[in-house]
Design a protein around this ligand. Structure first.
Ligand SMILES: [Zn+2]
Length: 906
């Protein structure tokens, strides 16, 4: 019988996660590029697997210090260090001690570890999914940021790059996709054993283990749809059997984008694709959009569209494909040394994907290229929002441990960082940018680099080409190492013929008073809305005076024309009133987008009321001709209406918008993209029974008379989607549980996506007694982990929408700290977001959040143990409070304007 070693406390700095200091010490103990993992995995159907790994590595002089190896799986069943069997294994469930007296000082060592483990169900480590449609089991790994050690024992830090030599035994009907292609395969009765080619030296967070009866499509130049492409890298696409129809429909698009991307990057980076193959695998229950594992990129299978999508969604998918591809160079070939430079990976990939899409042509989808900078600006909302929160941080900040690393995959790292790279490109120019990247990749290939290395490549190339100095260090300090958003506002007098414009720069947050130097263009508009631009520098001070001279009167000004800087642009009164009337005369799409954005930000800042915004929206959207702008602006409008309009006005304003959209659809019935987007959104505005009935009857009518449009109303002609109508019916208070269930069973496809799970849970939860709700609530607090995280998420979301008992507001406040203490961070975050109290009295909720925040902060100061959970909870509380405060301010502005309207004019 095997002797199982139980988790035992050992002294490893009491570490719960990997600290930067410890990682640094370990990287010094191990000689670079000497590590390899000879890993053998036996993966079976069910919930458990086993494996053994032989770790070979050379150590430096140890000075009697032990080495630790990371493993947070279930069991270790055997350990040998340099062939010595170790009887007493010292392992605290996170770190396994390799005692120095068994190690060969200054030489090559070999450690053999046998382990047993469970598959995970939260999307981290080795996730298992059973497709309810056909009962097929699928496995896929997610190792970033610090989850590779959940799968097998290894030195899980980005700067200990290692070769992986993988052998797997899997059921015969499964496929296995790894970082490298297979070298050999032997079949026995039920199983097959596959040996893979060794990988290059890559970081452990980029390892990939994907298994199951996947459906596969190979890239094939003989295929008529692909033979216009030029690419010699072996590529395949994979998805679950139940999603293969979607993949068949989308394969040409995916291969087209990928091939064009590879060709573009090889040229722009002046470095050939660094790995041997490029597979893309679509995975169910995936936590994020995608993950850039070397040669085996995993995607959320929501990207396999089940319904027809608009150009905006398609363009966002293209962007994700290119983003992950860019990582093969930036991140995978050259990797950050530690997580504090995560931005180097993500900001860069986020920017360069848009840049690439602005240069390549995708067959039949040329409009992606035309609109990609609109898309970039749309995505900037994420960065703008987070950089105005009290929780913001510098793009490159401190990341003391892997727990913190998990929390910085955010709008600052991605969206603000990408905008800052765009600013840098504007400052130094495309040619120098490309040259510097070539230097950077050439110098650091298959190694690790830091911000310093990146900046050095830039400044070296810059000084060679430009023969002059640019202070990269001060630029870096200003833009990368300080936090908080800058606001710029123009002051000029359109009535006089004056020729100076003052740009006033300020800071969005009192806690981050950093004024910066921004290179940007500004644009002047004459009476005919014709544009005249000039390039300027906004200085790192309050006032920047700009001189201009035009032989006509200036009617409006737009700062940050062409969107090169990351600043919030306020419109002055004159310009706002000019744009309100003349927006549709402006021929440039990006310029109109920037003006729309400024108006939106002005509502968020309570400079104008949501009522005024909605008026501007309705007057101008009817003249807007570019689909992407229409689609985006309807999204912004939805946010304004539901967040910044006082609750007592919501029914009236929603209904008004419902009627407006119907009319708009009638006018635009033959504009495919607009209709696809609007039929998705329109059901959000249905608030009264008559409208629900109208949507329901239009939908049923549409199903009956599918072929001909005759006799259908605009809604039915638009082709309402089942998912939206079902969702509407299921959140309505006008239907019984039985009516809802019937509707669900009749019309919803039997797919087990998160949407369907939520809907079926809603059916179940409706009309629950207080006692039943209480029972469900207890399971949320305790989370027995029987269901996967995604299924639990669906249950929470359904509960929060369906339960009618105010008691659960108190319950949420009473249990939130406990949940953060006891559960994983991923689960606690879901609990916070999905079950957040839905109470119209937001001031009351805000007061309670403040009291809670104070309490948690006080507790956190008192004991060390609570710091672990406190960090994330405090962050989430601060964000929620800020969000509500903004809403309260906007609601007050609305009410104040209403009162002003009531006053008799004198
Ligand atoms: Zn990325």
């Amino acid at each position: 019988m095997l002797n199982f070693f139980k988790k035992k406390e050992i002294d490893c700095q009491d570490m719960k996660s990997l600290t930067q200091a410890f990682a640094k010490q370990r990287a010094n103990q191990i000689v670079s590029k000497t590590v390899s993992y000879d890993l053998v995995l036996t993966l079976k159907e069910g919930s458990k697997y086993e494996g053994k790994v032989q770790v070979t590595f050379e150590v430096t002089k140890l000075y009697k210090k032990d080495i630790y190896i990371d493993y947070s799986g279930d069991k270790i069943v055997g350990l040998k260090i340099n062939r010595h069997p170790i009887k007493i294994v010292e392992w605290n469930g996170k770190f396994l001690k390799l005692k120095y007296n068994y190690l060969i000082d200054n030489g090559v060592n070999m450690v053999e570890i046998q382990f047993k483990n469970d598959y995970s169900n939260n999307g981290c480590g080795l996730h298992s999914y059973i497709d309810p449609k056909d009962q097929n089991q699928y496995l896929y790994s997610q190792c970033e940021a610090y989850y590779c050690n959940m799968i097998f024992p290894n030195f899980d830090q980005p700067d200990i790059k290692a070769r992986l030599l993988l052998t797997v035994t899997i059921p015969k009907h499964w496929k296995f996709i790894a970082n490298e292609s297979a070298k050999s395969s032997i079949e026995t009765n039920e199983y097959k054993k596959i040996e893979f080619n060794p990988t290059a030296y890559i970081s452990t967070y980029l390892y990939a283990f994907i298994a199951g009866p996947f459906y596969q499509i190979d890239f094939d130049l003989e295929d008529n749809n692909m033979n216009h492409l030029n690419c010699d890298i072996p590529m395949s696409l994979y998805c679950t059997q139940s999603r293969k129809q979607s993949l068949q429909k989308q394969k040409d698009f995916i291969f087209d984008v990928t091939c064009n991307g590879i060709n573009f990057f090889e040229k722009f980076f002046q470095y050939k694709y660094p790995f041997t193959k490029y597979d893309q695998i679509f995975c169910p229950e995936f936590n994020s959009g995608a993950m850039e594992n070397v040669g085996a990129v995993t995607f959320n299978d929501n990207y396999l569209f089940q319904e027809e999508v608009d150009i905006q969604k398609l363009s966002s998918f293209a962007n994700t494909i290119i983003h992950e591809l860019a990582h093969m160079w930036f991140g995978n070939l050259v990797t950050m040394k530690w997580w504090n430079d995560l931005w180097l990976n993500e900001s860069f990939a986020d920017f360069i994907s848009h840049f690439c899409l602005s240069k390549i042509n995708i067959k039949k989808f040329e409009s992606i290229r035309e609109n990609i900078w609109l898309q970039f600006n749309f995505r900037k909302s994420w960065g703008y929002r987070e950089d105005q929160l009290p929780t913001t941080h510098p793009i490159a900040g401190k990341v003391p441990n892997t727990d913190v690393a998990r929390t910085i995959f955010d709008g600052i790292t991605y969206s603000k960082g990408a905008s800052t790279i765009k600013q840098l490109l504007f400052v130094i120019g495309e040619e120098i940018f490309s040259q510097s990247l070539a230097t950077y990749f050439g110098k650091n290939a298959f190694s690790n680099a830091t911000l310093e290395d990146f900046m050095q490549s830039l400044s070296m190339t810059y000084s060679k080409v430009k023969k002059m100095d640019f202070d990269f260090r001060s630029w870096q300090k200003m833009h990368i190492q300080t936090a908080g958003l800058n606001i710029v506002e123009p002051y000029f007098d359109p009535e006089t013929s004056q020729t100076t414009l003052t740009i006033v720069q300020s800071c969005a947050l009192q806690s981050h008073l950093n004024l910066r130097r921004h290179k940007m263009k500004i644009c002047f508009f004459d009476d005919n809305a014709t544009m005249h631009d000039q390039t300027i520098y906004v200085l790192p001070q309050i006032d920047t005076i700009i001189k201009y001279k035009y032989p006509f009167r200036i009617r409006a000004v737009l700062l940050n024309f062409e969107d090169h800087a990351f600043v919030k642009v306020v419109l002055d009164k004159e310009s706002l009133s000019f744009f309100k009337k003349n927006l549709h005369y402006i021929h440039d799409d990006l310029t109109r987008t920037l003006i729309w954005r400024s108006i939106f930000e002005m509502v968020r800042d309570a400079r104008i009321s949501s009522d005024e915004y909605l008026d501007i929206f309705k007057k101008n959207i009817v003249n807007e001709r570019t689909d992407s702008i229409v689609i985006n602006q309807f999204m912004y409008m939805k946010a304004v209406l539901f967040s910044y309009t006082p609750p007592q006005y919501l029914v009236k304003y929603s209904e008004d918008m419902f009627n407006f959209i119907q009319e708009y659809m009638r006018e635009n019935l033959y504009s495919k993209n607009k209709i696809i987007a609007l039929r998705q959104i329109i059901t959000s505005f249905v608030k009264i029974k008559d409208s629900i009935d109208l949507v329901e009857s239009s939908y049923l009518q549409q199903i009956k008379i599918q072929k001909s449009h005759k006799g259908l109303n605009a809604l039915a002609k638009a082709g309402l989607r089942t998912s939206n109508v079902v969702s509407l019916i299921h959140s309505s208070n006008f239907h019984s549980r039985e009516q809802k269930r019937k509707f669900y069973e009749n019309y919803l496809l039997s797919n087990n996506n998160i949407f369907n799970q939520t809907i079926s849970q809603r059916c179940l939860i409706q009309d629950f007694t207080l006692q039943e709700c209480q029972y469900l609530w207890e399971t949320f607090i305790q989370y027995p982990q029987v269901k996967s995280l995604k299924v639990q998420e669906a249950a929470m979301s359904a509960f929060n929408l369906q339960n009618q008992y105010p008691k659960f507001t108190d319950e949420w406040f009473n249990s939130i700290e406990k949940v953060f203490q006891k559960q994983t961070k991923e689960y606690a975050s879901l609990f916070f977001d999905q079950l957040f109290p839905r109470d119209d009295n937001i001031s009351y909720i805000c007061d309670r959040l403040r009291v809670l925040l104070e309490k948690v902060e006080k507790n956190q100061k008192q004991t060390k143990q609570q710091q672990e959970y406190g960090f994330l909870l405090i962050k989430k509380l601060k964000v929620a409070i800020d969000d509500i405060q903004r809403k309260i301010k906007a609601h007050n502005k609305f009410i104040q304007e209403e009162q002003n309207k009531m006053k008799p004019s004198l």
